[in-house]
Design a protein around this ligand. Structure first.
Ligand code: PLP
Length: 488
């Protein structure tokens, strides 16, 4: 038996008898609770490597990967490209990491206070009544919000309302969440400028409509100027308005979804409040509701008592639990740290700076790239590929060529309203120097497309991994290192 494996094996099995776990009753209990026949009898067949090799392996991998710490990331509809290091320090504090979700609430007052304060801060920024931080992501927040919408109608004895209106420019998660929530999706068209066509909306509003889902600014980065009229029409028809908060950035501290007439919303902490996107890892999609809907929020909830202490509540009218305990607390700590870092005054600069940066890039590049919707955008905008269509160079080619120049690609082929969509969102945290470098490279790629189009079509030329066979990668993914080794 390999030496280290054996050592670890012994420690985890025989050696466990005399080994005292840190004073944590839960962890101790759960280890002892594992039936003996489920315990490993032989050590796991892991590759045998030295510490030095492991460190080098992961360090090398980390620099091969593109990340916010290594380069500009103009991905649209994803906002945050900044993960402040202080956030990580706060989330790693042992005072927080040592807690267990089943601890008596008297012993976790500090954590509950943070949770409560973040709820309150989000409610203030959103102009809504109360928030829950339990959902794990934006899409999970959508599902939670739509379940609240259904519960609201059911509570009023109006359970016929099973249709939800979704614009054809919406993010794919909107119709998907509606289906999961048991609602039927009704599509409303967009006008050529990307905003909801109110004339198309009117005939859709009837007593079977549960509500509407909207993103404002929409996925084209344009503000829905008719939002107050839309809100009035939907409310008059007995429906509720759901706000997809993925695009909250440009409004932060300036305009509040609650004031626009929205009743329920989610916020993506990994988009607006600097928590990492985490490669599908832990996220958080807090959901807020207008006054009067708070009793429907998922359990458990954190409440503040008159004497200033905090309490975990299991409400009887709640739609139930949608996460384990109170959600991804570590992510909340990072978002809260960011909100405190900005402060009440600075947070008002987020929207204007994000808007200025997006418009600066848009205006600087519109001679080379096709801008289907002109006018002032908010935090992001969409090009419909290169302006010169004669070169045969596609949006995918441009995206791959950017990698050669050290920039991550923008979001491509979304929204679906255009064939060659290229969605760019710089955010408020990038410097003028970075924006200028990006603009220069985008011009350079457009020039190459005209003069040496094959260089762009065959890109990436200088990255570690060249062009992928995307179809095979999707159909036969290799998810195991042994398979990979066997295939050489
Ligand atoms: C990202 C996004 C979502 C989904 O959020 P997740 O946190 O990724 O689940 C929904 N709507 C829009 C407009 C988005 O950009």
């Amino acid at each position: 038996m390999k030496y280290y494996d054996k050592l670890i094996f012994e420690l985890s099995r025989e050696g466990r008898k005399g080994y005292e776990l840190p004073a944590n009753e839960f962890a101790k209990g759960s280890l002892d609770a594992i039936p003996a026949d489920l315990m490993r009898r032989e050590p796991a067949d892991l590759p045998e490597v030295s510490e030095l090799d492991v460190v080098r392996h992961y360090t090398n991998l980390s620099v091969k990967n593109f990340g916010v710490d290594t380069g500009f990331y103009p991905l649209g509809s994803c906002t945050m490209k900044y993960n402040p290091k202080i956030n990580e320090e706060v989330a790693a504090m042992s005072a927080f990491t040592g807690l267990h979700p089943m601890q008596d609430e008297k012993t976790v007052q500090g954590a509950l206070e943070v949770y409560y304060n973040l709820q309150e801060a989000l409610a203030e920024l959103a102009g809504l009544g109360e928030f829950t931080l339990n959902p794990y992501a934006g899409a999970h927040g959508e599902l939670t919000g739509l379940m609240i919408m259904r519960a609201y109608h059911a509570m009023r004895g109006d359970d016929r309302r099973r249709k939800v209106i979704v614009p054809n420019s919406a993010h794919g998660t909107n119709p998907a969440s509606a289906m999961v929530a048991g609602l039927e999706v009704v599509e409303v068209k967009s006008k050529p400028n990307g905003s909801i066509d109110v004339e198309d909306l009117k005939p859709l509003l009837n007593d079977e409509i549960a509500g509407i889902m909207m993103t404002n600014p929409n996925t084209l980065g344009m503000f829905e100027t008719e939002i107050l009229e839309i809100a009035q029409l939907v409310h008059e028809a007995g429906g509720l308005l759901y706000y997809d908060g993925a695009n909250l950035n440009p409004l932060l501290g300036k305009v509040r979804p609650g004031d626009m007439g929205f009743d329920i919303m989610h916020i993506n902490l990994h988009k607006t409040f600097s928590t990492p996107h985490g490669g599908g890892g832990p996220g958080s999609g807090p959901v807020g509701v207008r006054k009067g809907l708070e009793d429907l929020l998922p359990n458990p909830r954190v409440k503040k008592e008159a004497d200033g202490t905090f309490r975990i509540e299991w409400g009887k009218d709640s739609l139930g639990s949608i996460s384990a305990y109170l959600g991804n607390f570590g992510v909340m700590l990072k978002a809260y740290a960011y909100i405190l870092t900005l402060g009440k005054e600075n947070i008002k600069n987020v929207g204007p700076m994000a808007t200025l940066n997006a418009n600066y890039i848009k205006e600087s590049l519109k001679d080379d790239y096709l801008l289907p919707i002109s006018g002032v955008c908010k935090h992001e905008f969409v090009f419909d590929g290169l302006k010169d269509k004669s070169t045969g160079v596609t949006t995918l080619n441009v995206a791959k060529r950017l990698l050669d120049y050290g920039f991550h690609a923008p979001t491509i082929y979304f929204p679906l309203l255009f064939h060659e969509s290229m969605m760019i969102e710089p955010t408020e945290t990038e410097s003028l120097e970075t924006l200028d470098e990006f603009i220069e490279v985008m011009h350079k790629v457009a020039k190459e497309a005209r003069e040496t189009p094959d260089d762009v079509k065959n890109a990436p030329l200088t990255t570690l991994v060249r062009k992928l066979d995307e179809t095979t990668a999707a159909k036969n993914p290799i998810l195991n290192y042994k398979t990979l080794k066997a295939q050489g």
